[in-house]
Write a protein that binds this ligand. Sequence first.
Ligand code: PEP
Ligand code: MN
Length: 284
Amino acid sequence: MIPRFPELKVLRAADPDHLKAPSTRPVVAGGVTIGGAAPVVIAGPCTVESREQTLGIARAVRAAGAKMLRGGAYKPRTSPYSFQGLGPEGLEILAEARAETGLPIVTEVLDPRLVELVGSTADMLQIGSRSMQNFPLLVEVGRFGKPVLLKRGFGATLEEWVYAAEYIALQGNLDIVLCERGIRTFANGAYDRATLDFAAVHAVRQLTPFPVVVDPTHAAGDASLVPALSAAALGLGVHGLLIEVVLPGVDLDQIRCDGRQGVTPDVLQMIVERAAREAAVTRG
Ligand code: PEP
Ligand code: MN
């Protein structure tokens, strides 16, 4: 049984009788509709590392048929000694990639104080898995008003994820896209990095009107798993996929964040073609 959370005032308003699943509320980000019948592929580097790398991947992502460009200018890193992203310079590079390719930008914001800055470039603000319960950040992106991609915390229950969305919605911003990116289980490290929780994808669709996308990349941790996880997600009728890309021939050891899990543009194209053959589960 899918639980109902009685305190969800804003989300309940979208589903007043509580008897049937809420209709899908499409989100338009930079002119791209997420939550319609066609699944949307969002792709790009994990991190904006240089102008050349990001523009090269942006061109390849566009040629492969993806509809939005992702890439982090601010990165949540386990170690404070790891590369933290290029910051404002990264945002400028993303803006240049959008100007050249026409692809709208999805990029992460980590700090409530930076919502205005990151939001001035982003077409959709990403809340990363580690920030899902950063409540001041949720309030700030709710107030800012641009579409939000809310990743599920890798240790978050369904209830915690849905209440995080409620924090944003309570500020009047209903342009929320939910993203399942895998949770921590005993399996991790043996063959994946996080376990994609497909049941949660289905359950959260019963509870909220928001489009749901899947990030197979961070669950996989290795590029070889990404096509199969993408196919499984599409089979479940998700509204989109978030996929990391590397350029062919690059030295993966030189990539400063998440190199081994990025697919090459030819693989991305196969995933995009598969997505074009699938229809998302959308309730009207
Ligand atoms: C990312 O999208 O690059 C990222 C850091 O993802 P997550 O927050 O899901 O770990
Ligand atoms: Mn990444």
